[in-house]
Design a protein around this ligand. Structure first.
Ligand SMILES: [Zn+2]
Length: 265
């Protein structure tokens, strides 16, 4: 993997500058694949797409699209002030001299973002809005699935995630008190309804996995039968079918996926 320059992002609401990492090239060497379509790839890291503005008075949620990318500068090798000078107009304050790194949203932030909406999405009900909502809900689903080794304990003990404990996070935790198991099941059902009319193989695989996650093993198996080109996804289908047969609802590892992808950006 070759790390790339940090990308400078401008909040579409308040103009606050943030940074996001990037890569020049990466590959799936040593990657672990999961049945929800996610992966942990040390040589091909994911970067956040949905983020929260770090300026406390703003705090809107937005997606990183071309229009919010202020500059693709290499802050490692350039004088940071000259980088900022290129993207900050003279009348903006020194506040922008500090550019926080954007991170993946927390469980509570996903819930809040789904409730309040993305600042730079389409109008409510539009195709763009619906696509963003689906992506947000799938991201929330995967964020909870990634913790599959601990999710049993979290549900059993009704523990809350307590990673970030700053003031905004405390407020969100107070706002969203629904038990995680309920949030998880509601989210799975919401994704299923958003995918209702989609019948492409990738949507069908997500639907099959969601049915298994909520314990509807019969629907999982019958959905897998609708795939048009099952040979393309043989390792994934095998993993889902095996878990289904054993009545396991949780995300499982996809074994024997030898797919090696080299990406050069
Ligand atoms: Zn902002």
């Amino acid at each position: 993997m070759i790390p790339g320059p940090n990308i400078i992002i401008k909040c579409p609401s308040c103009g606050k500058l943030h940074q996001r990492k990037s890569i020049i090239s990466g590959n799936t060497c040593g990657a672990i694949f999961f049945s929800d379509g996610s992966r942990i790839a040390p040589m091909l890291p994911d970067f956040p797409y949905f983020v929260k503005c770090q300026k406390s008075e703003c705090g809107v949620y937005f997606k990183i699209i071309e229009s919010v990318i202020a500059s693709k500068c290499d802050v490692y090798f350039n004088n940071i002030k000259s980088v900022i000078a290129g993207v900050v107009s003279r009348n903006e304050t020194r506040d922008n001299l500090y550019m926080p790194m954007v991170s993946f949203m927390s469980f509570y932030e996903y819930l809040d973002c789904i409730d309040t909406g993305l600042f730079n999405s389409g109008k409510k009900g539009s195709r763009e809005w619906e696509d963003d909502l689906l992506s947000l809900r799938i991201s929330l689903w995967r964020a909870l699935n990634i913790k599959k080794e601990t999710i049993h304990q979290i549900i059993a003990q009704d523990l809350r995630f307590s990673i970030e404990d700053d003031e905004p996070m405390r407020k969100l935790r107070t706002k969203y008190r629904t038990p995680i198991k309920t949030v998880y099941e509601i989210n799975c059902n919401e994704i299923l309804s958003l995918l209702d009319k989609k019948s492409d193989d990738e949507s069908l695989l997500i639907k099959a996995e969601l049915y298994r996650n909520i314990g509807n093993f019969d629907m999982c198996e019958s959905t897998l039968k609708l795939l048009k080109e099952p040979d393309e996804y043989i390792a994934l289908i095998t993993a889902i079918k095996k878990a289904c047969g054993e009545k396991i609802p949780f995300t499982v590892r996809v074994e024997e996926d030898r797919t090696y992808i080299e990406i050069r950006i």
